[in-house]
Structures are given as structure tokens and as C-alpha cells.
Ligand binder design. Structure first.
Ligand SMILES: [Zn+2]
Length: 167
């Protein structure tokens, strides 16, 4: 799933579930792809061009520690436990967003699937569909993500309007 879809759908789900800190959930959903964002920004700043799939290591098994650990359930789960132990609803919300990203990604990556139990295990689940591989229905996945974004945006705008109308 692409970064804006992760962030928007997580924010929408947090709003729908009446989570206390939906922005923390959205930020948590962004954490795993910090590596890609940093790479994209580096290409744009240093080379003054938009990054392509090759710049972002798409379609390849994942090897970079920041990427692999960002997509591992272990640091995300530890953050959740830490949030509970510290009684911090913001950290807990952040961890739920992070975990949600990982779980969604499990069903949407094939060749470039991340090992969910890294660094303890390198096992990967190769999903039957992928947003980055044409022979894995990428066009359908990308279209479904776009529709999902539109629906979430529409629902958020609608609920915001009804909130302000009630004030
Ligand atoms: Zn991801």
C-alpha cells in the first residue's frame, strides 16, 4: 500500500473507532515507510528530480535494516507494550497505527514482502496480490487504493460537516 493510503485509511479508521489520538495513529502508520520517504527526499534535494521505482528499491526483497525493522511486528509490538506500561495513550495510538501498516502490508506485497518477525526470523509471506508487480494485479490494487482514499476522504469530510453543523 502506498504511504498516503496508509496514513489516510489509518486516520479514518481511528476516527471511526473514536480513538483518542487519531493523528498519533496516522503518524504510526507512517513510521514503517520513513525509510522510503527519506530516500525520496534525498533524490529530490540532491538530484532535483522525482524518484522512480529503482531509487526506492521497489520490486526487490528487502534488506535495509530501517525498512526491515520498520515493517517488523516486534518493534511495533514492543512500542505498544511500552505505551501500555507507561500509560501513554499517544504512544499506544502510535503503535496501533504502526501495527496496522504492517498487517495491511502483509497482504499487499509479494517479491518485496517484509519479514514480519525480523530480526528473529527472516520468514516472509508472499501475498498473492501486490501493489508494485504487474503480474500480481498491481493495476487493480492501485485502483482499489485510490477508491479507498476517495471514500475515506469523502467520509471524513462528511462527518466533519455534520460535526460543525451540530455546533
Ligand atoms: Zn509499508
Amino acid at each position: 500500500m502506498n504511504i498516503p493510503t496508509h496514513v489516510l485509511t489509518s486516520y479514518w479508521a481511528a476516527q471511526r473507532l473514536r480513538a483518542r489520538h487519531p493523528w498519533a495513529v496516522a503518524l504510526g502508520a507512517f513510521i514503517p515507510d520513513t525509510y522510503y520517504t527519506a530516500k525520496a527526499v534525498k533524490v529530490m534535494v540532491r538530484e532535483r528530480r522525482l524518484p522512480g521505482p529503482d531509487d526506492l528499491d521497489y520490486f526487490r526483497p528487502r534488506t535495509k535494516p530501517a525498512d526491515v525493522l520498520g515493517h517488523s511486528l516486534l518493534p511495533a509490538g514492543a512500542t505498544l507494550l511500552g505505551g501500555w506500561a507507561a500509560r501513554s495513550p499517544r504512544v499506544t495510538a502510535l503503535a496501533w497505527g504502526w501495527l496496522g501498516h504492517i498487517v495491511v502490508d502483509l497482504g499487499m506485497h509479494h517479491t518485496d514482502a517484509a519479514p514480519p518477525f525480523a530480526p528473529l526470523s527472516g520468514w516472509v509471506f508472499h501475498a498473492p496480490v501486490s501493489g508494485s508487480e504487474q503480474d500480481r494485479y498491481a493495476n487493480w490494487v492501485v485502483t482499489a487504493e485510490a477508491v479507498l482514499c476517495i471514500l475515506c476522504g469523502w467520509d471524513l469530510a462528511r462527518s466533519r460537516r455534520s460535526c460543525t453543523a451540530g455546533q
